[in-house]
Design a protein around this ligand. Sequence first.
Ligand SMILES: [Zn+2]
Ligand SMILES: [Zn+2]
Length: 80
Amino acid sequence: MSAPARIVTANDLIDEFVGSPEYIARMVEACIMSHRFEEARQQRIASGQEHVCVVCGCSETRACAEGCCWATETHCSRCV
Ligand SMILES: [Zn+2]
Ligand SMILES: [Zn+2]
């Protein structure tokens, strides 16, 4: 006699994954990567290598969330 097999749903798997050391490690890594990217972007902007919108701060490697393009030398299409 064996106990009826427990049906594992996708939610069970997600619950198990979220909060696991692997999940936390991945989240931390993703966070570090985005910080590094932003730091490098700010450095390129500061050194004049990257064009930036004076209003919202979007630039060549990070457009506005809804997407934008350059409208003038200093403003993106969302900020004119
Ligand atoms: Zn923009
Ligand atoms: Zn802008």
